[in-house]
Design a protein around this ligand. Sequence first.
Ligand SMILES: NC(=O)c1ccc[n+]([C@@H]2O[C@H](COP(=O)([O-])OP(=O)(O)OC[C@H]3O[C@@H](n4cnc5c(N)ncnc54)[C@H](O)[C@@H]3O)[C@@H](O)[C@H]2O)c1
Length: 278
Amino acid sequence: MGVLAGKVAIVTGAARGHAEAVAKRFAKEGASLAICDMVEVKELEETVGAAIKNAGGEVICFQTDVSNEQAVREMVDATLDRYGTIDILVNVVGIIGPTKDVWQMSYTEWRRTLEVNLDSVFLCSRAVLPTMIEKKSGRIINFSSATGKQPLSHRAPYATSKMGVIGFTRTLAADVGRYNITVNAICPGMHEDRSVEMARARAEYMGKPFDEAVFRERYDAQRKNERAVLAGRWCADEGYTDRGSGTEDAAAVALFLASEEAGTMTGQDINTGGGCMW
Ligand SMILES: NC(=O)c1ccc[n+]([C@@H]2O[C@H](COP(=O)([O-])OP(=O)(O)OC[C@H]3O[C@@H](n4cnc5c(N)ncnc54)[C@H](O)[C@@H]3O)[C@@H](O)[C@H]2O)c1
């Protein structure tokens, strides 16, 4: 029997990336899933939804903008109608936001990043909490970032939102611990595709050329070098782990946090980046 047999989990942003990995992993461990994304519901059903069903899992799909209060309520209500309860919420959605300096950024750009990355965590958590409080049991897992713990030049909205996710996680954990609800954050490292996206945006911002092929070729070596520097002189020759983290690494940590075994682990922000800060 799977670790999450009989549990109901909502996973946001599940059309790709970390959330897709989390949804598939949870389904494999027996959870019934409700997944959402901005993409058309048909697309979600035919891709990640179909993969989960073909593997024997149970899933319902939604097209939901998680920064929209009404849309979040509708998704949570429909999940309750279908499954009768909600045990686990995984707030994964995050956008990288603008690569600009604060004095060149529009208020709209700032607001949108905060809405999608931080307001959504509030809205989804608020919507599921009455059910969890009533049954005195629940797990909320929020995706922050290594950037939730250190600055990221020219990316103030993203960094601020991810720092906010950690603040919200710690505070909510303190508020709901008495209801046997745990709240934790996962701070993934960079995976290659998003690194390319970010490096391209930074190069454009700096007015420098960007060669994706060269970047991908150097990616591993660069990461290792960055790790070695961050690790300090004792690790300078070796760095930490030999590889950076992928979506599966974060999904494995999410699975543990969602499990019964993690019942006393709350208010934490856990790096899954292979020892490097990003
Ligand atoms: N990828 C990385 O390297 C990395 C590193 C550190 C932290 N993170 C964090 O991990 C999380 C997942 O990152 P990822 O790279 O796997 O994501 P991704 O960009 O691959 O996927 C995000 C998904 O969210 C969906 N989405 C965007 N806005 C939405 C909205 N308003 N409502 C509903 N869905 C929406 C997108 O359509 C997409 O399918 C994010 O919170 C991100 O900040 C990622």
